[in-house]
Ligand binder design. Structure first.
Ligand code: PSV
Ligand code: MN
Ligand code: MN
Length: 405
């Protein structure tokens, strides 16, 4: 679309009651965090497909994340996972990140890979294992303080495989006790985001299985504890946008883990299978931003990607994810809220559905390209990245700690 066509598009939107200047401002303000683990090797339960040139340490993960930020302009923070990203000098990490225009985002404890966690971590029957898990979370809080991160994203793999294996309520009590200590260690503006997941790795029961359980735990702790919604952690058919709206209204949504699901926790590129669902989630978030009663909670939401690409090249996969998120957000900003309200008041079902769907069907590529150019970015980040030569240069890292060759 050339400039003249864009002007026509803008006029059409204005005629529909869309405040285009506001839309542009909101798009510019939106940021999404990428995960350090999304740049490293990953695989399925059956095999890890090793790629050439994957980062071997946090510095190289930051190098890759910096590329995603360089070309999209909206990813200045990188989430870390401990111990995957453990280092003996976090000061150096912050400095290196700052040189790349990045900062460290959420700190994710890992309570799922130790041998001792075979039967659980914070919910384990053995007090020694529970203490070890708790110490790890407390260590992560200290790391978060060191790297100036305000967020601990807590996910437990705890659960059981068979009826009778565990005492649901006893495990819940263990968890509540541990979370009290965790919560008491948060300082300043730090927040604890509690992630839920319906199943996996445990198959019979999961100790924090759904948003209601995260919500209850967070509610008992206090304001600094909120729910983290990971798009891959629900049963098929669950209305995630409704959960989002409900949590927003309760001021209890603290963050997102974006990814794509078809069957379960697929962790693939967000927005590839069901872009309409992603848009509908943003539709609720934008509505929440516009409502003075929920605006502050909406503004505090940490938007994060939680993906592990195992068959596709990682940096372009992350760029695609970011672009899909930005597109869904832009489209949600185009919903004519006044007209939607009127249609709802009249119970005009077809008009209401049409207003929402029309925004989704609106082409936003020229809008986004124009905004990027205004910000000094290439209008098409994917093409620009692929032409930059970084993918080829990255291959030179080699493997096995040899460094760039
Ligand atoms: C678990 O499935 C999860 O969504 C949690 O957020 C973990 O920290 C992450 O994936 C690990 O990839
Ligand atoms: Mn997650
Ligand atoms: Mn997950």
């Amino acid at each position: 679309m050339n400039g003249q066509n864009y002007t026509v598009w803008e006029k059409q939107q204005q005629a529909k009651g869309v405040d285009v200047a506001w839309v542009r401002e909101r798009i510019k303000a939106f940021k999404v965090e990428t995960p350090s683990w999304g740049y490293g090797d990953s695989g399925t339960r059956f095999k890890v497909f090793k790629q050439t040139g994957v980062p071997r340490n946090l510095y190289e993960k930051l190098d890759d994340a910096a590329q995603v930020h360089k070309f999209t302009g909206i990813c200045p923070a990188v989430a870390i996972h401990i111990p995957w990203d453990k280092t003996d000098d976090y000061g150096k990490i912050i400095g290196y990140a700052a040189e790349l225009g990045l900062k460290i985002g959420a700190v994710n404890p890992n309570l799922f890979q130790g041998e001792e966690y075979k039967f659980g971590s914070l919910c384990h029957v053995d007090a020694k294992v529970r203490q070890k898990a708790l110490d790890h979370v407390l260590e992560c809080i200290e790391i978060a303080k060191t790297v100036n991160s305000g967020i601990i994203s807590l996910w437990l793999a705890d659960g059981t495989n068979y009826p009778g294996q565990g005492d649901f309520r006893e495990r819940k009590h263990y968890l509540e006790q541990a979370l009290q200590t965790v919560y008491a260690s948060l300082t300043g503006d730090m927040r604890l985001l509690i992630e839920y997941k319906v199943f996996e790795p445990a198959f019979y029961h999961t100790d924090i299985a759904d948003w209601g359980m995260s919500f209850t735990l967070a509610g008992k702790l206090g304001e600094k504890a909120q729910v983290l919604v990971d798009l891959g952690h629900h049963s098929p058919g669950v209305n995630v946008e409704h959960i989002v709206a409900f949590l927003l209204d309760e001021h209890k949504i603290g963050g997102f883990h974006f990814n794509n699901r078809k069957y379960a926790d697929d962790d693939l590129i967000v927005g590839t299978i069901n872009p309409y669902e992603l848009f509908l989630i943003f539709n609720e978030l934008v509505a929440g931003e516009l409502d003075p009663a929920t605006a502050a909670t909406a503004a505090g939401i940490a938007y994060m990607i939680d993906q592990s690409h195992c068959i596709e090249p990682k940096v372009p996969a992350m760029i695609r994810s970011v672009l899909n998120i930005q597109t869904a957000h832009a489209k949600a900003l185009l919903v004519n809220r006044a007209a939607l309200r009127q249609a709802r008041q009249k119970n005009d079902v077809l008009a209401a559905e049409n207003i929402v769907r029309e925004a989704f069907e609106t082409e936003v590529k020229p809008l986004l390209a124009g905004i990027r150019e205004e910000l000094g970015l290439a209008p098409d980040p994917m093409t620009a990245y692929l032409q930059s030569g970084y993918e080829e240069q990255k291959v030179g890292r080699g493997r096995d700690g040899q460094g760039w060759e």
